[in-house]
Design a binder for this molecule. Structure first.
Ligand code: URA
Length: 237
């Protein structure tokens, strides 16, 4: 039976981009279906019969791969770095360098980072609407005051936009565990900075139900099928 799906969805399932970015590429005129340029992201295609091209290259569906990495400090999360700095993909064997990091960690941030070619899952894990919790351990330059903790938990202004409520648990005066579902650029450092604190160390401990376990910095592993299922469930797939 003929099963049509939207062009934008096909591209994200092929693992080459998130659904949002695929939509932008289509609108920019970079995609064709059976030799004809298509500008409409919701254009229906039959993945078994139609030939889809992006920038003139045929797009094929690839096996989905899910990797959990303990990111060490000193490397960037972006896929390609203009200035040829080491990226997280350089840690993985060559055959996994087509994967995409799910969200970003700063160069000096360590800890849990997922990499996959599952575009739809990436989109949902990184979009605040799906409210997937991420927990971080932050070491501060001075003890966190109770009143500041409460202000941060309620939400504070960054770039004039309030942050969503988050949870903070103090391990000691200067070491805190913070759980939030947003992922704005350098969010945790900027939240603390807004209240006069400096984050000296930052490590992501958890994303959804996934933890680092005993992975050392620089080590990685595949997610197990139940872990993948759990991630899907956590974003309503
Ligand atoms: N918040 C930050 O400030 N940096 C990160 O790397 C992640 C979250």
């Amino acid at each position: 039976m003929e099963q049509k799906i939207r062009l934008q969805v096909f591209l994200s399932h092929s693992g080459i981009s998130s659904r949002r970015r695929a939509g932008e590429w289509i609108k920019a005129g970079r995609c064709s279906v059976n030799g004809k340029k298509v500008l409409e992201p919701s254009y229906p295609i039959d993945p078994d019969r139609d030939v889809i091209k992006l920038d003139g290259k045929k797009v094929v569906l690839r096996k989905k791969t899910y990797i959990l990495l303990n990111k060490p400090a000193g490397i960037v999360t972006t896929r390609k770095d203009k200035f040829a700095k080491k990226t997280v993909l350089d840690i993985l064997p060559e055959k996994f360098r087509h994967l995409y990091p799910v969200g970003r960690l700063d160069k000096d941030t360590t800890g849990l980072l997922l990499l996959t070619n599952d575009g739809e899952l990436t989109h949902r894990l990184t979009h605040p609407r799906f409210e997937v919790d991420k927990s971080y351990l932050a070491v501060l330059n001075r003890p966190l005051e109770k009143s500041d903790l409460r202000r941060m938990e309620k939400g504070i202004l960054i770039d004039k936009v309030p942050t969503a409520p988050c949870k903070i648990h103090c391990r000691d005066d200067t070491t805190v565990e913070i759980t939030l579902h947003e992922g704005r650029k350098r969010q945790i450092k900027r939240m603390f900075s807004a209240l006069g604190y400096r984050v000296i160390e930052l490590m992501r401990l958890k994303e959804a139900h996934l933890t680092l376990g005993n992975l050392k910095p620089g080590q990685w592993r595949f997610l197990s099928p139940p872990e993948i299922k759990g991630l899907y469930r956590s974003v309503g797939l």
